[in-house]
Design a protein around this ligand. Structure first.
Ligand code: GLN
Length: 313
């Protein structure tokens, strides 16, 4: 038996997706990773999943894409599970930056030369080096294993074309990593850390995978469908707090005002968000605004949040 919200969603989701889809025209597909530029700009898809695993799908929900920055949330959680809070926060800070996700501007400012937070590229690269394992291959295997468990999808894997495309063109990420290495933030070699980082960014999913991953966060680390705890509650709390303050890059404040939910976006045009205690939500719309977030996806979440009063405040 479903609540009013679910019924209203069923009735109206196609119409809300259609309206939001017109906003894809305002955006541009990311091209700094050449392989991502192949995605078509007029795509918009969504999956909402309730705590019994029932889904509402609309638009281009079968489109497959790579996690990109969304992966940073789950690599952070795995690094916390591997090392605990003290070690993790000796390598990254807790503050939003207000700068672009790949900015080099503020790396010197936080003492002692550590990245501001784990969701900007510099922070996520530092986090990649904290994943336990004897070799980059083993680290990547552990990440895949963890992500497959959260998504309850054993077939998740790295899209090698996107991995290679990103790896071949990652001059800025390479600079960030060398800078971190020089500051003593990375124990591993730069090339090894970047291989781990690009691999988790290149894991391929669809909206249903995202919704399932979000559902586990919405239920504070318990998969409500398998009724199994996958993540300690404190680490989900840390992850969701960063999503709220830094998850939409330097548009996190605007998103907090207009939508008011913890969310994480990726340059593939993906957004993972949730209604705490209730639904997991996965969205993809590759056309991005200037801040690197899906134009249509943000618009769609604005409609949903207003309609159902989903803001946490
Ligand atoms: N892999 C991408 C990068 O490092 C992730 C960035 C993003 O999604 N914003 O540039």
């Amino acid at each position: 038996p479903h609540d009013e919200t679910w019924k209203t969603l069923h009735t109206h989701i196609d119409e809300w997706v259609a309206v939001s889809k017109t906003h894809t025209l305002e955006g541009h597909v990311a091209s700094y990773i050449p392989e991502l530029a192949n995605a078509s700009g007029d795509i918009l898809g969504i999956c909402l999943m309730d705590s019994e695993g029932q889904t509402i799908l609309s638009g281009d929900s079968n489109f497959r894409f790579t996690l990109q920055s969304i992966s940073k949330v789950f690599s952070l959680i795995l690094a916390l599970m591997d090392n605990g809070e003290d070690v993790v926060f000796s390598k990254v800070g807790m503050e939003p930056t207000g700068d672009d996700f790949n900015s080099m501007l503020k790396l010197e400012l936080i003492e002692p030369g550590i990245p501001f937070n784990p969701l900007i590229n510099a922070g996520a690269i530092a986090i990649s080096s904290l994943i336990a394992g004897q070799s980059p291959d083993e680290q990547i295997e552990r990440i895949l294993h963890f992500f497959r468990d959260i998504a309850n999808n054993p077939s998740l894997s790295v899209n090698q074309n996107v991995f290679k495309s990103e790896s071949d063109t990652a001059h800025r990420n390479r600079s960030l990593a060398y800078f971190l290495k020089d500051n003593g933030v990375l124990d591993q070699e730069v090339d090894d850390v970047l291989r781990v980082y690009f691999s988790h960014c290149s894991i391929e999913v669809d909206c249903t995978d995202l919704a399932r991953m979000a559902l586990v966060l919405a239920h504070n680390g318990v998969d409500p469908i398998r009724k199994q705890r996958l993540i300690p509650r404190r680490f989900v709390q840390i992850a969701k707090t960063f999503m709220f303050t830094c998850g939409m890059y330097n548009a996190s404040g605007e998103f907090a005002l207009n939508v008011g939910l913890p969310a994480k976006s990726g340059v593939s045009g993906s957004i993972l968000t949730m209604v705490p205690g209730q639904y997991g939500i996965g969205i993809v719309g590759p056309a991005l605004n200037r801040k690197g977030n899906s134009t249509a996806g943000v618009h769609l979440l604005g409609i949903l949040s207003q309609e159902f009063d989903w803001s946490m405040f």
